[in-house]
Design a protein around this ligand. Structure first.
Ligand code: F0G
Length: 358
């Protein structure tokens, strides 16, 4: 059996994207990520189908690659020589990868504290100019917005409409696999571009008669960084889920509009619930995500526990891979047991009977 090459999101969904013959078909193999059933979660919530969309399987380990493919392609088409963004880490890694691929310079501005090590490592090895500011993601976004006015620079945060256009392809893939939109979509909310992009995608597919229904959107923020839930910006956002440590989301209005049009909700989940979902995903489903991604599943478990009815078919978006942040796994899992290098000592540590002498 031979497999078809992965065309990337621009080529695969070009009929639904603002691309023309002059748009480079830039790709690093993004998209076409697995959508799998989650039997352990289904047992926990007591009925209904739960599906997981593994966006951490994108080439840089997060969902950002979809929108970045298009944002970088359009930047090239328009003659940009520099990509610039602020980031909690994943956007930086993705921008740096596409910048490298396209042969342009990438400048990323990240908070000096709190960005997961794997993401910094990625941005550096892809060759980006990494500037760590003594401030927050929100500070960084304000800075890059002003710097991006320079000629030849393209801002590739999700305030760039091409980011959302590319990102909406994840909704297409879900419908292409399930045959229709799910009843509910659970998604973590940080800068709030992703939830808005999914809504754009499901609506476009429905209008094109590829889907009959639209999902109810269920967005979740971390309780210490939940400006949309509170209805006002949060000055000093705090959460273990560093990717969504954001106090003033750029796509706030779009996210609220998507929430309301879908008759959904944006709610908060606490750090304990996020860590619990992070562990459950790894230990019961075999899916290792980063903490921010576990927020969607924390939201699902929270709703089930509080007696809310869950749609017959729910999809949880898992936005980023666990290895982005090995420090979190080491912090929230038990330590390895160290013993002398003998079979007897290992068997003893495992609670097994000692092996027979050789
Ligand atoms: N999950 C992960 C792993 C993320 O990295 C982000 C955002 C989100 C969820 C939230 O998505 O911002 O579209 O609501 N990360 C951005 C970054 C802010 O800079 O990498 P959103």
């Amino acid at each position: 059996m031979t497999g078809a090459p992965r065309p990337g999101v621009i080529e695969r969904y070009r009929d639904f994207l603002p691309v023309g013959p002059a748009t480079p078909r830039l790709t690093i193999g993004e998209g076409d990520t697995p959508l799998i059933r989650a039997p352990a979660l289904e047992r926990r919530i007591g009925g209904g189908e739960v599906w997981l969309k593994l966006e951490g399987c994108n080439p840089t380990g997060s969902f950002k690659d979809r929108g970045m493919a298009l944002a970088a392609a359009k930047a090239l088409e328009h003659g940009a020589r520099v990509l610039i963004c602020a980031s909690t880490g994943n956007t930086a890694a993705s921008a740096a990868a596409f910048g490298a691929r396209a042969g342009v310079t990438t400048a990323v501005v990240i908070p000096a504290r709190g960005v997961a090590l794997g993401k910094i490592a990625q941005a550096l090895i892809y060759g980006a100019n990494v500037i760590a500011i003594q401030g927050s993601f929100d500070d960084g976004l304000a800075i890059v917005r002003s710097l991006a006015q320079r000629r030849g620079a393209a801002l590739v945060n999700s305030v760039n409409p091409f980011r959302l256009e590319g990102q909406k392809t994840a909704a297409f893939e879900i419908v292409d696999v399930l045959g229709d939109a799910p009843d509910e979509l659970y998604v973590p909310v940080g800068n709030a571009g992703n939830i808005a992009a999914y809504w754009q995608g499901f609506r476009a597919y429905q209008q094109a008669d590829h889907a009959d229904q639209l999902p109810v959107l269920r967005g979740f923020q971390a309780a210490g960084a939940a400006p949309i839930v509170a209805g006002r910006p949060v000055a000093d956002p705090q959460t273990v889920a560093s990717a969504i440590r954001i106090g003033n989301p750029a796509n706030w209005k779009r996210a609220v509009q998507a929430r309301d049009e879908s008759r959904g909700a944006i709610q908060a989940v606490g750090d304990d619930a996020i860590v619990e979902a992070y562990r459950v995903l790894a230990a019961e489903e075999g899916i290792f995500v980063e903490l921010a991604s576990a927020v969607s599943v924390a939201g699902l478990l929270h709703r089930a526990r509080s007696g809310a009815s869950i749609g017959a078919r729910a999809v949880c978006i898992l936005t980023g891979a666990g290895l982005k942040d090995p420090g979190a796994a080491v912090r929230f899992a038990p330590e390895p047991t160290e013993v002398p290098a003998t079979a007897a000592a290992v068997a003893d540590a495992l609670g097994w009977d000692s092996p027979p002498p050789a």
